[in-house]
Design a protein around this ligand. Structure first.
Ligand code: NAD
Length: 477
């Protein structure tokens, strides 16, 4: 049974109500989640208020020590965390073990050390010197999605805590398990009461109570664009600091001179890794005409060889879709693609594995061609194992198509012509550009999107700045 983590303790929700937590690989409930409401959020905020003066004055060395302790406890229990993430989300266990959980550990380790290189500004003239203090904002809310549950939650919690804030965190109600394990690790690490509070529940209830709480001063949110717009509409008139990491519809641009084997291998990953449920997946693939047919054949063949099935089996490439509702949404987009005149080159259907997972929510990886760049299938985020492929002739044409959605999170460019790569990188409307690679991450870099993919940047010093409030002090000389 999952419990809330409030004021250093594991507690039942005030309502004493719970809802089911599902294992998508078997399509059955396997646990229960607190159905928290504004009363639980109020308790968490009150605990955070009490904790804030001491925590914000705790030396950075001590905060670092605690964060490293939490990181080491996650590391000690990595197998348990990875299994919990895989069961909760449907992702392959080996992915949780090699990517999700190690990255959660790294998030704590990275910010525990980054704080020591965080400096504030000073400006001087002959008459005066100005220096800027960077104080913690206060109590911050952190709301995260289901696709990379612990990875993204800790990406928010770690920089918020290290800069001296107290945090009210809400993981996705669809994947709450590793956040619960994190609360146990924080208790064992000796995290002071009320510094981190994790309140579980639905977005419309618990999330909403966090967003509209007048004493929560900043919000870091990762999730869908529609939810982000709603959150902004509530939080902006309250003058809260906002960091919004939202949806994407990322272009993957492949020129004929690309390093073909490397491109093909990476494109299979950037299309279907984590069931295509990564905001950074390249779901619109544009291929230069001379290699279009060859790419199409090779890509379809490689995709057909992906092994779909039990996430706990080592040989599985693609696990279950996170929920029945999401699986149905993705299927409805495949139907839309057909209605819009697209041709399904492979996949397109629900997949039924044999044995233990026969009632699970699985989809075949799907490749679609023959759609105009500006149809709904190519404009709207699907967030599943579905990609479109489209030929192009010129650099101008592909840039126009790449930039034609409302989204602007990430892009991928494959070419050995470095001038062209840099030219496109400069003109493409995304916050992140990968040239000849994908998902190569350096935690010091600014992370985030433009247009409807978000507002603000997280990562590195950007995150430390977001979670601090600058105060300028002018001293007359
Ligand atoms: P979602 O917007 O439905 O939910 C995200 C979180 O917000 C959940 O914790 C949910 O409970 C909460 N929430 C929902 N309604 C709320 C409300 N009214 N007030 C406050 N909180 C509320 O998104 P999702 O389906 O969980 O995640 C998928 C989306 O996340 C995709 O659009 C994907 O692109 C995006 N995403 C973006 C990034 C990024 O870095 N830009 C990373 C991962 C996922």
């Amino acid at each position: 049974m999952i419990k809330n983590y409030i004021n250093g303790e594991l507690r039942e929700p005030v309502s004493e109500k719970y809802f089911d937590n599902f294992d998508p690989a078997i399509g059955e409930a396997y646990g229960i989640v607190p159905d928290s409401d504004e009363r639980d959020v109020e308790l968490a905020v009150s605990a955070a208020e009490v904790a804030f003066p001491a925590w914000s004055n705790t030396p950075a060395e001590e905060r670092t020590r605690l964060m490293l302790k939490v990181a080491s406890l996650i590391g000690r229990d990595l197998a348990e965390f990875a299994r919990a993430e895989s069961v909760d989300n449907g992702k392959p266990l080996h992915l949780a073990r090699t990517v999700d959980i190690p990255r959660a550990i790294k998030n704590f380790e990275f910010f525990a050390s980054a704080i020591h290189g965080f400096a504030s500004e000073s400006h001087s003239t002959p008459e005066a010197v100005n220096y800027t203090l960077r104080n913690p904002v206060g109590i911050v809310g952190a709301i995260s999605p289901w696709n990379l549950p612990l990875y993204l939650l800790t990406w928010k919690i770690a920089p918020a805590l290290i800069t001296g804030n107290c945090v009210i965190a809400k993981p996705s109600e669809i994947t709450p398990m590793t956040a619960f394990l994190l609360s146990e690790a924080c208790i064992e690490a000796g995290m002071p009461k009320g510094v981190l509070n994790i309140v579980h529940g639905y977005g419309s209830k618990t999330g909403s109570a966090i967003v509209s709480h007048p004493r929560i001063k900043a919000l870091t949110f990762t999730g869908g664009t529609k939810t982000g717009a709603h959150i902004a509409s509530v939080a902006a008139p309250m003058f809260k600091k906002l960091s919004l990491e939202l949806g994407g519809k990322n272009p993957n641009i492949i020129f004929a001179d690309a390093d073909y084997p490397k491109m093909l291998e990476t494109t299979v990953l950037s299309s279907f890794r984590n069931q295509g449920e990564i905001c950074l997946c390249g779901s619109r693939i544009f291929v230069e005409k001379p290699i279009y047919e060859k790419f199409k054949n090779d890509f379809v063949e490689r995709t057909k060889s992906l092994k779909i099935g039990d996430p706990l089996e080592h040989s599985t490439d693609q696990g279950a879709i996170v929920s029945k509702e999401h699986m149905e949404k993705v299927l409805s987009y495949i139907q839309l693609a057909k209605d819009e005149g697209g041709t399904i080159l492979c996949g397109g259907n629900r997949f039924v594995p044999e044995g233990r997972c026969e009632n699970g929510w699985f989809l075949e990886p799907t490749i679609i061609e023959g759609l105009p760049h500006n149809c709904r299938t190519n404009m709207e985020e699907i967030f599943g194992p579905v990609v479109t492929i489209t030929p192009f002739e010129t650099e101008e044409e592909v840039l126009m198509m790449a930039n034609s959605t409302e989204y602007g999170l990430a892009s991928i460019i494959w070419t050995e012509n470095i001038s062209r790569a840099n030219r496109i990188a400069a003109a493409i409307q995304t916050g992140i550009v990968w040239i000849n690679c994908w998902m190569v991450r350096d935690l010091r870099t600014p992370f985030g999107g433009v247009k409807s993919s978000g507002v603000g940047r997280e990562g590195g010093m950007e995150a430390l700045r977001f979670f601090t409030e600058p105060k300028n002090i002018c001293v007359k000389l």
